[in-house]
Ligand binder design. Sequence first.
Ligand SMILES: *[C@@H]1O[C@H](CO)[C@@H](O)[C@H](O)[C@H]1NC(C)=O
Ligand SMILES: *[C@@H]1O[C@H](CO)[C@@H](O)[C@H](O)[C@H]1NC(C)=O
Ligand SMILES: *[C@@H]1O[C@H](CO)[C@@H](O)[C@H](O)[C@H]1NC(C)=O
Ligand SMILES: *[C@@H]1O[C@H](CO)[C@@H](O)[C@H](O)[C@H]1NC(C)=O
Ligand SMILES: *[C@@H]1O[C@H](CO)[C@@H](O)[C@H](O)[C@H]1NC(C)=O
Ligand SMILES: *[C@@H]1O[C@H](CO)[C@@H](O)[C@H](O)[C@H]1NC(C)=O
Ligand SMILES: *[C@@H]1O[C@H](CO)[C@@H](O)[C@H](O)[C@H]1NC(C)=O
Ligand SMILES: *[C@@H]1O[C@H](CO)[C@@H](O)[C@H](O)[C@H]1NC(C)=O
Ligand SMILES: *[C@@H]1O[C@H](CO)[C@@H](O)[C@H](O)[C@H]1NC(C)=O
Ligand SMILES: *[C@@H]1O[C@H](CO)[C@@H](O)[C@H](O)[C@H]1NC(C)=O
Ligand SMILES: *[C@@H]1O[C@H](CO)[C@@H](O)[C@H](O)[C@H]1NC(C)=O
Length: 483
Amino acid sequence: MSFRIFHSFLLYILFFNLITRIDSYTPSPRYFVNSILVGTKIYFLGGWSKNSDGTEGCQNSVFYLDLSAPFDTRNNIPWTDLTSTAGIPVSTCWQVSALGGPDNSSIYAFGGMMLDKNITLSVDTTVYEFNTKTQQWNTLNISGTPPKRRKEIQIVQDNSGKVYMFGGLINPSTGSTKTRWFNDMNILDIIGMSWSKVSNSKHNAPPLQVDYTATMLNNSVIVYIGGRQTTSSSGKIKNYRSMEEIWTYDTKNASWILVTAIGTVPGVRIGHSAVLASDGRIIVFGGYDHNFSPANPELAVLDSSTSPFQWSLPNVSNPISPALAYHSATLIGDLMIVAFGNVTQQTSTTSDATSDIYILNISNYTWVTSTDTKIPSDSPINDTTPTENPSLSTSTTSTTSTTIPNDTTQAPSTTTMASSSGAISSHTAMVLGASIGSLSSVVVIVMFALLFLRWRKFKRIYANKEAYPGVLNTSSTAYHQYK
Ligand SMILES: *[C@@H]1O[C@H](CO)[C@@H](O)[C@H](O)[C@H]1NC(C)=O
Ligand SMILES: *[C@@H]1O[C@H](CO)[C@@H](O)[C@H](O)[C@H]1NC(C)=O
Ligand SMILES: *[C@@H]1O[C@H](CO)[C@@H](O)[C@H](O)[C@H]1NC(C)=O
Ligand SMILES: *[C@@H]1O[C@H](CO)[C@@H](O)[C@H](O)[C@H]1NC(C)=O
Ligand SMILES: *[C@@H]1O[C@H](CO)[C@@H](O)[C@H](O)[C@H]1NC(C)=O
Ligand SMILES: *[C@@H]1O[C@H](CO)[C@@H](O)[C@H](O)[C@H]1NC(C)=O
Ligand SMILES: *[C@@H]1O[C@H](CO)[C@@H](O)[C@H](O)[C@H]1NC(C)=O
Ligand SMILES: *[C@@H]1O[C@H](CO)[C@@H](O)[C@H](O)[C@H]1NC(C)=O
Ligand SMILES: *[C@@H]1O[C@H](CO)[C@@H](O)[C@H](O)[C@H]1NC(C)=O
Ligand SMILES: *[C@@H]1O[C@H](CO)[C@@H](O)[C@H](O)[C@H]1NC(C)=O
Ligand SMILES: *[C@@H]1O[C@H](CO)[C@@H](O)[C@H](O)[C@H]1NC(C)=O
């Protein structure tokens, strides 16, 4: 191989790598996005984001993050966009979703704002089914009386296909002329395809409320954390809920119990997320305090395995910046994957949403930049075992929790922190040779490595040292954006 050929080869590789990077998809920054774990993929539906004409609004986007292979938040994030072929039939914000169907491969999405091209659709709740195998959307015929289409709710589901929807509100953004808050419990049975209202659900029930998180424990008790409440159905006088007083709903006997948690109680919040660890810890993250400043502290842990529940505020390593609200959080193994959200410490007015991904290892509360986790599967649906409580997803903030199957192998940890922030923008310009996110790039890198070895043979006759400045070390020009 002559040097000239080698030279062309190098240029080809550089070009190819650039193309690969340009082709890779990065969703636009957004919040109020619906998310749900299906097998090893986190599906994201809709959300509030910029339109192509620069205005903002709800989207009909459908895309997923594939967790079946390790990835790094700084490099090619394994996004796949389905919007052009499988967009939601309506544009949505604050939508919620549950999992069901054969192999748990269907997403049942409803609630929130739903808009066709011109108008807010009817006030009733239409449940849409997205079959992730066929990538088809269907409208379902569901018996019973559906609750009015609400927003600022979270739903949870149990093992028997029952989806629990509590409270929420309707207002002009959901197609209602009036604002009305709720505190009733509605159940969607996604196996029997029916809606029902729990008749005694208001007995000893919490006040009307929104913006909480909902977590289903493995004893079938739902834990509602944070949010806002009111006693007037118009929601005129409302206040943030204390994080000390925690409402629980026992799905076995439809009864409410108010638990006063002990420990170090974190500050109030809305727009936060909550995921359940297998040992009973509920990891609460992010959200707004009063006055739309970041919830304090951002990360708090409620131990639901003790009676009463106990709060703790762990010491967090490599804390991320910016603070987030209305993001999505999904637990897979001991990694909490945080995506999207509104930046609560915004100093610039140019952009307030993000499409970045952040990863917290909840074993030692360290923010890391790569998953380093092999989730065994390329047959996404039936390889992973969603837990007994594959939770919810929400309008404000979406959370899902699952356990990795016990045969999961964990790659040796090679996590590196690129900066004091665990947060790395996925839309920052990419550096050559670092795009290890896609197979094609891996191939290119292997070729590059082989050629590099080869190149060393030509080193001595390689006169023009300036020909390829920085080719081999560009990946160190890291991505520091959000400070
Ligand atoms: C939406 O508006 C456009 C023009 O304003 C109109 O042509 C179209 O029929 C409307 N579509 C619906 C579903 O109302
Ligand atoms: C739903 O009901 C309508 C009318 O009641 C019917 O025309 C339609 O075929 C049904 N769709 C499904 C999927 O069953
Ligand atoms: C779907 O997930 C639920 C909840 O984890 C589980 O109980 C059920 O067995 C699963 N169904 C199928 C068909 O895998
Ligand atoms: C419901 O069950 C829980 C747990 O078994 C119990 O503590 C509670 O008293 C029950 N509530 C009612 C109204 O029966
Ligand atoms: C239920 O969760 C508790 C922690 O709250 C855990 O100790 C227990 O093993 C779990 N039970 C099952 C059956 O998973
Ligand atoms: C956090 O760190 C401080 C000082 O290093 C220590 O005193 C405190 O106990 C730690 N808190 C927790 C929850 O580990
Ligand atoms: C998002 O953040 C920006 C800047 O902090 C703020 O002005 C805006 O109200 C926030 N939007 C929502 C829906 O919270
Ligand atoms: C999370 O941290 C624990 C403790 O350092 C470590 O053993 C585990 O491998 C980490 N998990 C992942 C997926 O990196
Ligand atoms: C936590 O675990 C991660 C992954 O194993 C490791 O990189 C990090 O150093 C650990 N952090 C602390 C504070 O031990
Ligand atoms: C997984 O799904 C595929 C296709 O849907 C099926 O052929 C296969 O038998 C399933 N495997 C298991 C373990 O259920
Ligand atoms: C993993 O799960 C299988 C069955 O699901 C069980 O037989 C096996 O003992 C488990 N292994 C471990 C290490 O828990």
